[in-house]
Design a protein around this ligand. Structure first.
Ligand SMILES: Cc1ncc(COP(=O)(O)O)c(C=O)c1O
Length: 467
């Protein structure tokens, strides 16, 4: 402990190696924040007196820590803890969308057990034995050519996208596509992006990190509302036209036309997030918005829902004006490409495995949605799921008086992770009654029934006495 010097810090010095242990003790104290940036250190004389070591030893330690950047010395004035310490205490790593709850009904999460492992391994064997060994060198940072070909064919056929292999850019998840496109837009002068007032906070953060100002756009039963997009208000718009995430609204024909008209008039870019465009249960999926204006729309898709997020494979189809800028951003990100997974996905697409996986997941999720709807109809008087017969989640409006937080808490007490619409909200003022977002994708099949029952019980408990 030193006290005379004005600082109160306990240091255990090894009597045999006082100088070294003083150095280590001070470094640890700065690293852990016990000594804070800008704090004045005691003089070497007073610290030597406090610790019972020679003044030279303290001066030597100060000298070493100063040359390493932990301390700053001002000639004739004294010594301070450096204003920018070399090591910033790391913040705890945030696992993406993990939960300790046994049951999980959060939105947008697919059933991990549905990944067709055997078909993937077989496709991988076929793909990797068929390609020339030159494929295992440094790859094209826009994606392995066979995958870009296969994706162009797939999105044209399945989603009506106008795509050539040249326009396809393969990314590590949709998040990377957003980061690259956001950066490319900034590079050509964009400042502001409008996003739907309901959506993933992560996607808004990615756009901000790319250097864009993010502003909310109202969402109603027709999807995002373009009427507030003034000419100067936004340079780009992020949309989920097939199935608004997470409200489920399908972007109406009138709104589609209005967004396209805005893009043509202002030169703005529409980023179409087609995250679950393949999952429509009541009729044929609505085709991609991109087909209306390929030169103004970035179309983005992902393998996370139909296969697994563990692959981290997504893609975008870029307008010609953005291709080079996005490729340049990819180069500067320093990321390397994972060619074997890309070649496997190419084979998976060509061989019809991807379509089979989509069909099988679609049937599963459709059955789950129907089961959930029945359960709610039976056990929650007057309640029903939102209309959207699509995707991996539906909304459930709560009875008057019940709050989203109360349902989330009641669910947590049953070890069920369940979120309200508020968890996705970013607008100015919420224009909806309290509503839960029920994802039916995440549970493995043997836990789905338990999860659905727990959700119904949580809503009942939180609504008791409020109706
Ligand atoms: C709205 C939306 N867009 C895109 C994605 C796909 O993201 P990724 O490819 O990063 O898994 C998700 C996944 O949760 C999503 O919910």
């Amino acid at each position: 402990m030193w006290a005379n010097s004005g600082l109160d810090l306990h240091l255990d010095l090894d009597p045999a190696r006082k100088t070294d242990s003083l150095e280590r003790g001070l470094r640890d104290a700065i690293r852990s924040g016990l000594l804070t940036p800008g704090e004045r250190m005691p003089t070497s004389r007073s610290l030597a007196g406090d610790l019972g070591i020679s003044r030279n030893s303290v001066a030597e330690v100060y000298g070493r820590l100063t040359s390493e950047g932990w301390l700053e010395a001002r000639v004739g004035a004294g010594t301070w803890v450096a204003a920018t310490p070399r090591v910033i205490a790391p913040s705890a790593p945030r696992a993406r969308r993990q939960t300790t709850a046994r049951l999980d009904l959060r939105a947008g999460i697919p059933d991990a057990t549905a990944f067709p492992v055997a078909a993937w391994v077989a496709a991988s064997r076929r793909a990797l034995t068929a390609v020339p060994t030159s494929a295992f060198g440094y790859g094209d940072l826009r994606g392995a050519p066979p995958l870009r070909e296969a994706l162009a064919a797939y999105v044209s056929r399945a989603r009506g996208v106008w795509a050539s292999a040249e326009a396809v850019h393969v990314t590590h998840g949709f998040g990377e596509a957003l980061a690259l496109v956001g950066g490319a837009l900034v590079d050509r002068g964009a400042r502001t992006v409008a996003v739907e007032e309901y959506g993933h906070a992560l996607h808004r953060d990615i756009l901000r990190a790319a250097g864009l100002r993010v502003v909310p756009m109202r969402v109603d039963a027709e999807g995002a509302d373009p009427s507030a997009l003034g000419e100067a208000a936004a340079d780009a718009v992020l949309l989920t036209p097939a199935h608004q995430f997470p409200t489920g609204a399908v972007l109406s024909a009138g709104r589609r036309a209005a967004f396209v008209e805005w893009a043509r008039r202002t030169g703005g870019i529409l980023i179409e997030d087609d995250y679950d465009g393949e999952f429509r249960y009541d009729r044929r999926a609505v085709g991609a918005l991109q087909a209306l204006a390929p030169e103004h729309v970035v179309y983005a898709g992902t393998a996370s829902k139909a296969l697994t997020p563990a692959l981290g494979l997504a893609w975008c189809v870029l307008p010609q004006s953005l291709g080079g800028l996005v490729a340049d951003r990819a180069r500067l990100s320093g990321a390397a490409t994972d060619v074997p997974s890309q070649l496997t996905l190419a084979e998976f697409l060509r061989h019809g495995d991807y379509d089979r996986a989509v069909r099988s997941s679609r049937a599963q999720y459709r059955a789950r949605r129907e089961r959930l709807d029945d359960l709610i109809g039976e056990r929650l008087t007057g309640a029903r799921l939102g209309d959207a017969q699509a995707g991996l989640q539906s909304v459930l409006e709560l009875p008057p008086g019940a709050s989203e937080q109360a349902v989330t808490d009641a669910a947590a007490s049953r070890s069920l992770a369940l979120e309200g619409l508020g968890a996705y909200f970013f607008g100015d003022c919420a224009n909806r009654p309290p509503t839960m977002v029920i994802g039916f994708g995440a549970p493995p099949p043997h836990l789905f029934e338990d999860a659905a029952a727990a959700a119904v019980m949580a809503v009942r408990e939180a609504s008791r006495g409020t109706a």
